[in-house]
Write a protein that binds this ligand. Structure first.
Ligand code: NAD
Ligand code: MG
Length: 386
């Protein structure tokens, strides 16, 4: 039985991971669960999955969670430090980091320092702090970083049994999001509601907006750079409208390997939990009779400049991807609140990147400052955007 903790258990990835775990009760045991502010949902999950520990990130909700769990044999804790402590706990083998945003970086570092296997959905950990994460993931005995993001899982699966030096390049597929093919005039008018409505995937709010702006693909380019230690010119993006090809690896002999499947996160989540084995799954199968064609297109970096900005930030490196990521998080939050327009998102991110004072090798404390500073700048820029 593998003891597992899930950070961000109440979210889209967290809930799907719990359903994977429930389908394989003989193989997995839940040790710890966390949430940000959803106390009731977390207490409910504690009742069902009987973890030894639960952590609520919002400290003001500690008493409420404690009261909701009073009849359960579970240790209750609160705050970001408790979250990092749970990530590093000696009682579990694997943590799934399904937190959203920069908040995931601290727990990722804590888990890897403690020699844990980390199944990483939180791509922002690698975007903001890849240079801190990867040495811990590769130099420490026992630690291991397993991708959960569907594209990176696809590439990871295609690389099994292959020699890394034979890779010519990788091709990340993108759906194009709900606004693919829209004109700038149409993009200027899109609402948060329309942006939340992804054609192929059902996901948390932040990543849904990232998919609509294509910043999600930009974050994934940087994520791939760190995970597979590839230079940016070897990371290509192609739009694959149906999200059936999850990504591809091109080798130096001309062969291209792809991983295909129905657009469903259960498969990559489960592969990270069972790696190197494959278990049975109730995930939907591809219906070949229903697929008459697959559509491909180059990415449109004029109408969706976030992808271009992310390549720029990744190539520059240092603290710039962290600043870009924070600006994006804050701009997405403001867009979801109705405070700025869809097209303000890339404009604001670019302005923050242009102002950024680069730190070449930022440590964690420096990244926290960069993150805060970029968020503050977005607030100021948003007032001007109106
Ligand atoms: P979500 O918003 O649905 O869930 C996020 C979880 O993290 C929730 O449990 C929430 O309570 C918790 N959380 C949020 N902010 C927090 C904070 N500041 N401190 C502590 N906990 C916090 O998000 P999601 O869609 O499940 O995405 C999670 C991560 O997985 C993201 O990095 C996303 O990019 C990545 N991802 C998601 C999908 C998907 O299908 N949803 C696919 C690929 C990658
Ligand atoms: Mg993805």
């Amino acid at each position: 039985m593998k003891a597992i903790s899930i950070l961000g258990a109440t979210g889209s990835i967290g809930k799907q991971a719990l359903s994977v775990v429930s389908a394989h009760k003989a193989s997995f045991r839940i040790y710890g669960l966390s949430a940000n502010r959803q106390v009731k949902a977390l207490a409910q999950l504690a009742r069902i999955h009987k973890p030894a520990k639960v952590v609520i990130a919002a400290e003001d909700l500690y008493q409420e969670l404690k009261a909701l769990c009073r009849d359960l044999p579970v240790e209750v804790a609160a705050g970001p430090a408790a979250l990092a402590e749970l990530a590093a706990d000696s009682e579990h083998e694997l943590i799934l980091n399904a937190l959203v945003g920069f908040a995931g970086l601290g727990p990722t570092l804590a888990a890897l320092k403690a020699g844990k296997v980390v199944a990483l959905a939180n791509k922002e950990s690698l975007v903001a702090g890849g240079h801190l994460v990867m040495p811990l993931a590769t130099n420490n005995e026992g630690t291991c970083l397993l991708p959960v993001d569907s594209e990176h899982s696809a590439i990871f699966q295609c690389l099994q049994g292959q020699q890394g030096q034979a890779v010519e390049h990788i091709i990340l597929t993108a759906s194009g999001g709900p606004f693919w093919g829209y004109s700038p005039l149409e993009l200027a008018e899109v609402t948060p509601q329309a942006a939340l409505n992804h054609p192929n995937w059902s996901m948390g709010a932040k990543i849904s907006i990232d998919s609509a702006t294509m910043m999600n693909k930009g974050l994934e380019v940087i994520e791939a750079h760190w995970l597979f230690s590839l230079p940016y010119e070897k990371i290509k993006v192609i739009v694959q409208r149906e999200s059936i090809i999850h990504s591809m690896v091109a080798f130096q002999d001309g062969a291209v390997l792809a991983q295909l499947g129905a657009p469903d996160m259960q498969v990559p989540i489960q592969y990270a939990l069972t790696y190197p084995k494959r278990f049975s799954s109730r995930a939907p199968r591809l219906d070949w009779k229903a697929i008459d064609s697959l559509h491909f297109a180059p990415p449109d970096m004029n109408n969706f400049p976030c992808l271009r900005l992310a390549y720029e930030a990744g190539r520059t490196g240092g603290s710039l991807p962290c600043a870009m990521n924070a600006a994006n998080e804050e701009a997405v939050r403001l867009f979801l609140n109705g405070a700025i327009s869809f097209l303000s998102i890339p404009r604001i991110i670019e302005a923050v990147m242009n102002k950024h004072k680069l730190i070449k090798m930022p440590d964690f404390a420096a990244l926290q400052e960069v993150d805060q500073e970029a968020r503050h700048q977005v607030q100021e820029l948003a007032k001007k955007e109106g």
